[in-house]
Design a protein around this ligand. Sequence first.
Ligand code: GLA
Length: 387
Amino acid sequence: MKKKLIASTSEHFKTIFQHEPEALFLSPGRINIIGEHVDYNDGFVLPAAINKYICFAVSKSNSDECTLVAKDLNESYKFNWKDDLKPIDKMWVNYILGVLQQLKERGLPLEGFTIVFSSTIPMGAGLSSSAALECGFGYALNKLFSFHLTKEDLAKIGQKSEHTFVGVKCGIMDQFASVFGKKNKVIKLDCTTLDYEYHKADFKKYSLLLLDSNVKHTHLTSGYNTRRQEVEEGLAIIKNQFPLVKSFRDCTENQLEKLRDALGEILFKRCHFVVNEIRRVNEAVAALDKNDFEKLGQLMYETHDGLSKEYEVSCEEIDFLVASVRHEKSVLGARMMGGGFGGCSLNLVEKGTEDALITKISEAYLKEFGLTLSAYKIKISKGTTNV
Ligand code: GLA
C-alpha cells in the first residue's frame, strides 16, 4: 500500500509537470494509546505514528510561483509565496499556507515549489491527517531548501499553522507523533517540557484495531475550542484556591472535591476528567512496560467513560462501538480516540479474533445507525521521512 501510494503520487507529479519530482516524502497519521485531551492541559500522552501516510512529491519551481496539487481531491492551488498569505475557503490549502506563513515569519530563504500529495489516511477519522499534511509539507520544504529546522521546530510550526490558519487551538500531540514516530514504539510525551521517551509497543498476544464510525468531524465546529476554554476557566479557579497548583498535573482529586461548588457541575466534570487522565497515562505506561495488558485495557475503558460522560467529547455512534465490545472476551479495552465527536474507537484485541469481531460489530452498527463501519488493522511505524 505504501509503495503504491509513492508510485502513484510520483506518477501524478510527472504527468502534471512533465518531469520527475526532486524528492519524495512520507508523513504518517497517528494513534494515541491513552492521554486524550491532556496535551493542552500540561499532561502526558502516549501516541505513535501508524502505517497510513500522506505522500508528497516535490520540486523547486525555480521562480516565486508555487503550485499545490491535492491528487485525491482533484484540486490544485497556485500562488506566489511572496504575496500576503491569508486563509482561503479551501481547508486543505490553509494547513499548508499556515505552515508557509510560519516559515516566512522565521525569515527562512524560501523559493517557489511544486507539490503533489496523496493520502491513505482517512480524513476526519481522528487519525490526524491534518498534522500529517502540516508536518510532511514542513519537512519537505526543510529538506528541499536546507532550512536546518529541527523536528521539534517542525511539530511546533504545524501546530501554529492549525491555530492561525485553521482556527483549531489544538495541542502538540498530533504533530509531535507524526514527526517523532518510531517503528514499534509508542512515545511518552511530556506536553509541558516536550521531553519524550520511547516505550516498546509490543502487545504480545494482542493487536490494535481501529473501528471507524465514519461519523466525520472538523474541530472547527466541534466542541474542541470550547473544551479548551472550559478547562482554562476551571484551572483558574483551582489556582486561585490552591496557589501551589501550577497546572492540572499538581492538582489532586481531593482538592477538586473541595471545589465542587466553586467550579459548578460542568467545570468540575471537565477538570475531574483531566486530573484522572493524567494519572491514567502514567499507570498505562507502567502496565505496558510490565506486559499487563488487562490493566492497560481497563484504563482504556476508564478513559472512554471519562471522555464520554465527563469531558463530553464522544458521540452516540462511538459510545455504541465501545459498548458493543465491552463484553467481548477477546477485547481487553476500547475507547474513543483523538479529538472526538466522531472518528474511530481504538480496541485492544486478541490476535486472530479481529475479523470475526469486525463482522459482528459491523452488522450491529449498520442495524443501529444505518452506517457502514470501516476497520483498520494498524502497525506502528516511522515518523515523517524522505523516501
Ligand atoms: C486533537 C488535537 C490534539 C489533541 C487531541 C485530543 O487530535 O489535535 O492536540 O488535543 O485532539 O487528545
